[in-house]
Design a protein around this ligand. Sequence first.
Ligand code: ADP
Length: 428
Amino acid sequence: MPKKTATTPIQTVLAKVRPVWIARVSQEMARGMEVRADFEGQLSRFCDILEQSITTGDPAWMDPILLDWAKSSTETELEDEPYHVSYLINRMIPLTIQASRETLTKVQALDLLAAVIPIYTYGLEVVARYEMETRVAHISSEMEKVQKRMERVDKSKSAFISVAAHELKTPITLIEGYASMMDDLMQQGKGTNLDSLLAGMNTGIGRLRSIVDDMIDVSMIDNDLLQLNFQPIQVSQMLSALSLEMEPVLRTRKLTINMQDFDGNKEWIYIDATRITQALRNVINNAIKYTPDGGTITIDGRKLAGFVEVTVADTGIGISAEDQAVIFEKFGQLGRVDLHSSGKTKFKGGGPGLGLPIARGILEAHGGSIWVQSPGHDEIQNPGSTFHILIPARAEAPDPSMSKLFDTLGKNKDKKVIEQDDTLGIDG
Ligand code: ADP
């Protein structure tokens, strides 16, 4: 009769193999001492539950720890990292064999493997199912996001087309009207005094150009193609140039610009002066447009750490809280076609709704920002709006070669550099 060897209880076998097994697994799987210490604690918990599963014969005891582990890797880690939990459990099998070989007798090792392998297999199934579900959820949420983005693009595209069509129609009609009047006069041999008709036609062409330019700007901003040409300038120079430019309109509309001298407005800062002036112009134009005749526009500001803040406050119709959330979005005014194109500076003249998105795009491209404060919209009380424009106050151009170029212009830069920018008409 073969000699019967006394079987060692599985708890004893597990206790024997446990320290080596924990060391092996943590060494292979956890990089870095700190991670390893924490991981060893986790593996110790795993061993306790493993023992419970073996003694009760129910692998479901493993569920909580397996799910805890599986949940700890984020969706993106599951996408990118090979070190997820199913990989860990897979690796545990050869490491258990290795640790058993080193610490147990053959019989004990076989007993242990016979007991743990079905539990590992069960663990793999649970974790793989969970990981698969998480992956599927991740992929569908990504697909949902892409679909939403596409819907937004689609909406924005049709918004663009409908606003473009509407906005472009007005000046085209104007040009056509003047052209046909000129044609009639020519036919009648009265084509000598056409100045006023030509002026009208030019207004239409100017409006057309400005709408097309705005559209090009928006598309450049959307595609991150806005190129900035950094030059040193003082904020006060841009503001004086703008108030000069606005003078005729202010006179017609009986509006007053109250220009404050504030801390930081004489500081030389590197910005794209043409673009920042464009942003300021859009905001001031709006202040003019949405303030009834006789009102006041106060331009003030202050110096902040790393920024110069300009505020444009008007005594106009104000902006409701819900509109404040959308006016910086493209075509924020969509649906109010009634407002479009009745004039660039006329009271409540409306427009394609691109002025503020362009201003925001320009400021953000500089690293600045723009926001609005208004108690609400009320065309009787006229609560007013205040736009805050935060312009980064760089002491040098982001491109070092530009900075060097301007440095070589020496102390005389005050005049020379500004003179280069004839589009602004700044007189220093
Ligand atoms: P628009 O071409 O319509 O003027 P903007 O992007 O410049 O487009 O402005 C978007 C909208 O924000 C305007 O249509 C208007 O409703 C609102 N808005 C902008 N500035 C003011 C302001 N100063 N006061 C009241 N409403 C304003």
